[in-house]
Ligand binder design. Structure first.
Ligand SMILES: [Zn+2]
Length: 559
C-alpha cells in the first residue's frame, strides 16, 4: 500500500524531533513527561537487578512472558499516540513513531531493513535490525552469552505497537540477538496467522495466572501432604496383605474428615492402633487423642468418666472433674468396647454426637465439645440392639463409616513382617539382638489359629524372646509351652496318627505316664543320634528342659 522511502538497503526513518519534543523534564516537580504520559528514568542496573530477580523467582520462560507483556502494553500506548503526532505524514512515517519512541527512550537503535504491508491482501512483513539493545546488554553482563534471544520487552513493544497500529494481530520474533553472539539483533514481524508455530511461539503473550496456579499448587500440595501423612501414620501399622491394605486404605480416606468411625473386629486385632493412626493422619493430629476402654471402667462410673462430674454428685465425687470428652475437645476420642456402655451412658453419648453437647454428672451447665469419635467393638451390635442392650439410634450414628479389621488368621501372609517387628521390639526391650525364629517355629506360627490375634502374637513372641539367648533362634517350644514336637525336621515322618489315638492306645495298653515320657525321650535321642539338642528340638523342649529330664532319670536309675 505504502512504499516507504528507501535508503541503501532498507527504508529510512524520518526526523524524530517531534518525539523528542514530547519529552519534558520538570525537575523541580520531580516529574518527566512523554507527551501526556509520565515516564521515569530507570538505571539499567536497576533493570538488570529486576530481571535477575524475575528469572530467579519465576524461571526464564515466566520472566520472559512478564517482560514481553510489559513491552506489549507500552507499545500499544505509543501506537495510539502515533497518528495524533504525525497526522499528515505517510503511513510509514506514522508507523515510525514506534521504532523512534524506542530510540528516544534509550532502549535500542532501530534500523529498518524491510517493511512490506498490504491491507487489502492481508499481508505484513517487516524486518528491523536493532543495535545497542539495552536488554541484550544487561543480559550479557549479568549472564553472559546465551542460546536464546533476550530482547523480550523490546520485542513485546514491537508486537504491541504494530498490532495496535495495524488493527491486526502482528507478532515479532527476534531471529538474531547479540546476547547469543550475533553481530546485531534482528526482529521479524508477520501476521499471526502467517507464523506456522504461532500458538507455541507466542504463548507467553497470554497472561500467566501465576497466583491462580500457585493457589492450585498449594491445594495440590496440601492434598498430597495429607495423603503422605496418612500413608506415614498408617504405615506404622504393619502388613501388606490385601485384606489389611483394604482396611488401611478405607481408613486413610476417612482420616481428614470428621466422620465418626466404627471399627469392628475380634479382640486383639489392633483396633486401637488403627484408631491412633486415624487420629495421627487427621487434621486434629496435634490435638488430644483420648482413649477409653469402656469395658475396663465400672458401669456406674463410666458416665462420670466420659462426661465429667460435679463435686458431690455422688459419694466419692469429691471434686469437680472434666470427663474424657472435654479432655478430647478439638481432638479425637477413641471409645473401645463401646457395646459395654450402659443404656444411660448411651443416651448421653447420642446427645454429644447429635448436638455436640454434654452435661457433667450432677451438673446442669451445658458444655459444648468438638470431638471426633472413633468407636470400636468386638461385639455384634445388631444383636445387642435386638436384645435391647444397645440403642438402635446410637448404632445408626456410630455406623456411618464402619470397617472390620481382619483377624490375624485371615492375613497370615503378614505374619513374617509382624514377627520381625515384635522381635525387634521385644529384643530391644529385653536387651537381646539378632534373634530369629526356627523354620519349625515359623511353621507352627503359621498353622496356629490366633484366636487372640495380634495381641496374642505379641505375647507369644515376647515369651520366646525372654526364653532365648541373645543371637539365638527361638524354638517352637519357646513359643508354645504345651507344644510337643510330632514331626521330625525332614518332614518324612510316617503318616500322623491323631494324638488322642496314641494316648488312647497308651492307656489301653496300661503304659504309665513316666514310661510314655521315657519312650518318647529315648526315641528322640535315638533319632537325633544321641544329640541332646536335636532330641530336644524333636520333642519341642529346650535343651535345658531335656537335660533336666535326662538328669532326673539318671538320678533315679542310680538311686
Ligand atoms: Zn537482542
Amino acid at each position: 500500500m505504502s512504499s516507504p522511502p528507501a535508503k541503501d538497503d532498507g527504508p529510512c526513518l524520518p526526523e524524530m524531533q517531534d518525539i523528542w519534543n514530547l519529552l519534558r523534564f520538570e525537575a523541580q516537580e520531580g516529574r518527566i513527561w512523554l507527551d501526556e504520559e509520565r515516564v521515569v528514568l530507570l538505571r539499567s542496573n536497576e533493570l538488570r537487578g529486576l530481571r535477575r530477580e524475575l528469572i530467579d523467582a519465576l524461571g526464564m520462560q515466566r520472566a520472559k512472558g512478564l517482560l514481553t507483556r510489559m513491552g506489549y502494553i507500552s507499545g500499544k500506548m505509543d501506537a495510539e499516540r502515533a497518528r495524533r503526532l504525525r497526522p499528515d505524514a505517510s503511513l510509514f512515517d506514522v508507523f515510525s513513531v514506534g521504532p523512534q519512541s524506542h530510540m528516544v527512550t534509550g532502549q535500542v537503535k532501530v534500523i529498518p531493513q524491510k517493511l512490506d504491508w498490504n491491507e487489502q491482501e492481508n499481508y505484513f512483513h517487516a524486518i528491523f535490525d536493532w543495535e545497542n539493545s539495552f536488554e541484550a546488554e544487561i543480559f550479557l553482563s549479568e549472564f553472559g552469552a546465551g542460546f536464546e534471544p533476550v530482547c523480550w520487552a523490546q520485542l513485546g513493544y514491537a508486537s504491541g505497537f504494530t498490532t495496535q497500529f495495524m488493527g491486526r494481530q502482528i507478532y515479532f520474533k527476534e531471529t538474531c540477538c547479540t546476547a547469543c553472539g550475533h553481530e546485531t539483533c534482528r526482529i521479524e514481524g508477520r501476521l499471526v496467522e502467517d507464523w506456522e508455530d504461532a500458538e507455541e511461539a507466542f504463548r507467553h503473550y497470554q497472561p500467566d495466572r501465576i497466583a491462580d496456579q500457585l493457589f492450585e499448587l498449594q491445594e495440590q500440595m496440601a492434598e498430597l501432604r495429607s495423603r503422605v501423612d496418612a500413608e506415614e501414620h498408617f504405615g506404622q501399622l504393619i502388613g501388606s496383605s490385601p485384606r489389611f491394605l483394604e482396611v488401611r486404605d478405607l481408613l486413610s480416606r476417612a482420616a481428614r474428615s470428621k466422620v465418626t468411625v466404627l471399627l469392628l473386629g475380634e479382640t486383639g486385632v489392633g483396633k486401637d492402633m488403627f484408631a491412633r493412626a486415624l487420629h495421627e493422619a487427621s487434621d486434629r493430629a496435634d490435638k488430644p487423642f483420648v482413649a477409653v476402654n469402656c469395658a475396663a471402667i465400672p458401669r456406674d462410673l463410666i458416665e462420670a468418666e466420659l462426661f465429667g462430674v460435679e463435686r458431690g454428685a455422688f459419694t466419692g465425687a469429691e471434686k469437680t472433674r472434666a470427663g474424657r470428652f472435654e479432655r478430647a475437645d478439638t481432638g479425637t476420642l477413641f471409645l473401645d468396647e463401646v457395646g459395654e456402655l450402659s443404656l444411660h451412658a448411651q443416651a448421653a453419648l447420642l446427645r454429644v454426637l447429635q448436638e455436640g453437647e454434654l452435661e457433667r454428672v450432677g451438673g446442669s451447665e451445658v458444655k459444648t465439645v468438638d470431638v471426633r469419635l472413633i468407636a470400636a467393638t468386638n461385639e455384634d451390635l445388631d444383636e445387642a440392639v435386638r436384645e435391647g442392650r444397645f440403642r438402635q439410634d446410637l448404632l445408626y450414628r456410630l455406623n456411618v463409616y464402619s470397617t472390620t479389621v481382619p483377624p490375624l488368621r485371615e492375613r497370615i501372609e503378614d505374619l513374617p513382617d509382624l514377627i520381625s517387628h515384635f522381635l525387634d521390639k521385644y529384643g530391644t526391650l529385653h536387651g537381646k539382638t539378632g534373634l530369629s525364629v526356627t523354620d519349625r517355629a515359623m511353621t507352627l506360627l503359621r498353622e496356629y489359629d490366633w484366636p487372640g490375634n495380634i495381641r496374642e502374637l505379641a505375647n507369644v513372641i515376647e515369651r520366646g524372646v525372654i526364653l532365648t539367648d541373645p543371637g539365638g533362634q527361638i524354638e517352637a517350644a519357646h513359643l508354645f509351652p504345651g507344644f510337643r514336637g510330632q514331626q521330625d525336621e525332614e518332614g518324612d515322618a510316617p503318616e500322623q496318627r491323631p494324638l488322642s489315638e496314641l494316648v488312647a492306645g497308651a492307656i489301653d495298653a496300661g503304659h504309665p505316664l513316666e514310661a510314655v515320657e521315657q519312650q518318647l525321650i529315648d526315641a528322640a535321642m535315638a533319632r537325633s543320634g544321641n544329640k541332646v539338642s536335636g532330641a530336644a528340638r524333636l520333642l519341642g523342649l529346650t535343651r535345658a528342659q531335656l537335660d533336666y529330664r535326662l538328669k532326673k532319670r539318671q538320678d533315679a536309675e542310680n538311686s
